[in-house]
Write a protein that binds this ligand. Structure first.
Ligand SMILES: *[C@@H]1O[C@H](CO)[C@@H](O)[C@H](O)[C@H]1NC(C)=O
Ligand SMILES: *[C@@H]1O[C@H](CO)[C@@H](O)[C@H](O)[C@H]1NC(C)=O
Length: 184
């Protein structure tokens, strides 16, 4: 548990954010108001976990929904376990639910559209959304965290993915993730 959340700490704000606002009073569709939360994105969480992409066997967690495996256009839907350590039997901290698609004709680049839904302790029920480019043959791939829910409301950040183990026979992979998120 301790290594899953390695640090959460506060930022000191070096400036006061000046904001102007325009009040819209004659419409119900939208309204604007001063951003009193502007100075409250003061936490950074660093999450560390392992992502298990299981394509083989009777209970795959990644299934091909379009195209041919490992070729341009192939698309997989995933519900991959996220664990504290690299072993599949390690404590489950969440699941990666979403999809990836091969968007490159030249190399093994994927488009990742994934929600990391956590179930660990205070993170249970919170999620972060990642959309990014994942050139799987690179040693470390960086993908943007574009938002979050629960504890991770207003999230911004990035995820670093590093292949821990790839079984060339089965196609199963274990990927180490370090995710850095600023949030409320
Ligand atoms: C997470 O929350 C759900 C729903 O509130 C609950 O059923 C589940 O047991 C919780 N999981 C953990 C690991 O605490
Ligand atoms: C790789 O997958 C094959 C086929 O599922 C399996 O027999 C083999 O034990 C796996 N290798 C490793 C190192 O896990």
């Amino acid at each position: 548990m301790a290594s899953f959340l390695t640090s959460t700490y506060h930022f000191t704000m070096f400036f006061i954010l000046l904001s102007t606002f325009l009040a819209i009073t004659d419409g119900k569709f939208s309204e604007q108001y001063p951003n009193t939360k502007a100075t409250k994105h003061d936490k950074i969480s660093h999450l560390h976990f392992y992502f298990h992409d299981i394509v083989s066997g009777k209970n795959p967690t990644a299934i091909l929904v379009a195209g041919q495996r490992n070729s341009f256009g192939s698309t997989a839907m995933i519900d991959d376990p996220l664990t504290e350590g690299p072993e599949p039997s390690s404590e489950l901290v969440g699941r990666a639910q979403g999809m990836y698609a091969m968007t490159s004709q030249q190399d093994g680049s994927l488009l990742m559209v994934v929600n990391f839904a956590f179930n660990e302790g205070k993170f249970n029920g919170s999620s972060v959304s990642v959309i990014g480019r994942n050139p799987v043959l690179d040693a470390v791939r960086e993908m943007p965290v574009v938002g979050g829910s629960g504890i991770f409301r207003f999230a911004r950040g990035y995820a670093l993915a590093k292949t821990y183990q790839y079984n060339i026979t089965s196609g199963d992979a274990v990927v180490e993730y370090n995710v850095f998120i600023t949030h409320d």
